[in-house]
Design a protein. Structure first.
Length: 374
């Protein structure tokens, strides 16, 4: 039986109502191991990036990485009396209508921004740079099909002192938000949003109106060109470094309907090499770019009615303030690139000679709502 974990992102008050009528709400969001270790089904050696190009940036700023172990019958290592991996069964478990089993969550303390354009091979990184919940094991001792003296990555509960080891698979998941607006109401506008992932083994990227949504819901809100049940990036299965990509058209709507979530999944089966890289390309940006880490958005009103055309300024950690203009619904949204900690920002709206300001905290991989009422 599969356990289903229902995740919901509740909005928690981040600060009290100010005298000027401002409100702030915040919602929280829900590393990695090239010795020449062969993959069970063979690696695409020609696709590998030279060793000199592999950076040591496994724990970088970005959304939280939820790390799970999947101790499923049929996935123990053949060396320990189990059967060989079944990519179809594994993909069905980690990608589908069910969420990962809640009992298998190991950690969500590691943050990661995707390392755009720089494929990271987990097995050559030291233990101190692995995602929390993942461990390195000597391949020759634990994986019968991964000969040699290299290291292999597995879930941390794969070994227990005094017991015969069972190799548990690793699943990593994260969600990140982005806000789409037109007419200067956001720093990302309508157009084609492209996503790509290179991985060993599988990866998927879904787009949805809610965080930690594991199946593509099909066309929704202002999104079009999606097929229900099919990820924008579907790069699953057991394989060496392999790339997958996809795109979706998004047209700005109004206010809350402009908020989207991308959910990324990575799985590693049964030792051998393991690696990861992913990125996206919002409209107007070329090449591979780091995903957003947080969003601040809200509505500006006057006498309870939406106020279009109001000037909104939001502060940016270690950067200059950004200037936005509210849309027809009185809304604005700003997408933040990865930052460290939980910085405090200020959102200000100016109408004629009147100005209102509100402070709020950003959370990694989360959404903060700041409304300003004149």
């Amino acid at each position: 039986m599969k356990l289903i974990l229902q995740r919901s992102l509740s909005l928690a008050a981040a600060c009290a109502l100010s005298a000027c009528g401002g409100t702030t709400q915040s919602s929280p969001s829900p590393a990695l191991v090239p010795a020449s270790v062969p993959h069970p089904l063979g690696d695409a050696v020609s696709q590998r990036i030279p060793l000199s190009a592999w950076p040591s940036i496994l724990k970088q700023n970005g959304p939280p990485l939820y790390v799970y172990e999947i101790p499923v019958d049929g996935f123990t290592d053949p060396n320990n009396g189990g059967s060989s991996p079944d990519s179809g069964a594994f993909d069905e478990l980690v990608y589908g209508q069910d969420s990962p089993p809640s009992s298998s969550l190991l950690s969500s303390t590691t943050t990661f921004g995707g390392s755009p354009g720089a494929y990271i091979e987990f097995t050559t990184e030291p233990a101190t740079k692995q995602a929390s919940g993942a461990v390195l094991l000597p391949c020759g001792s634990f994986f019968s099909h991964a000969a040699g003296s290299g290291q292999c990555v597995a879930a941390k509960h794969s070994t227990e002192k005094g017991k015969k080891p069972k190799i548990n698979e690793v699943l990593m998941v994260q969600s990140w938000p982005f806000f789409v607006g037109d007419g200067g109401s956001s720093n990302y506008g309508s157009g084609s949003y492209g996503f790509e992932a290179t991985s060993d083994d599988g990866t998927f990227v879904d787009i949805a109106p809610a965080a930690f949504t594991y199946t593509q819901p099909g066309d929704f809100q202002g999104a079009s060109g999606l097929t229900a049940g099919q990820a924008v990036v579907a790069n699953g299965g057991i394989h060496g470094p392999q790339s997958g990509s996809g795109s979706v058209q998004i047209a700005a709507s109004t206010c809350a309907a402009n908020l989207y979530w991308a959910t990324f999944q990575f799985d590693e089966l049964e030792g051998g090499s393991a690696g990861l890289e992913y990125s996206w390309a919002p409209p107007g940006e070329s090449g591979q770019n780091q995903v957003t880490q947080a969003v601040v958005w809200g509505e500006v009103t006057s006498g309870g009615a939406p106020l279009a055309g109001a000037t909104v300024k939001v502060t940016v950690p270690k950067g200059s303030p950004a200037t936005l203009v509210t849309d027809a619904g009185g809304c604005y949204g700003y997408n933040y690139l990865p930052f460290s900690g939980e910085p405090t920002i200020t959102v200000s709206a100016t109408v004629s000679a009147h100005k209102l300001s509100q402070k709020a905290k950003l959370s990694a991989g989360g959404v903060t709502q700041v409304n300003l009422a004149f």
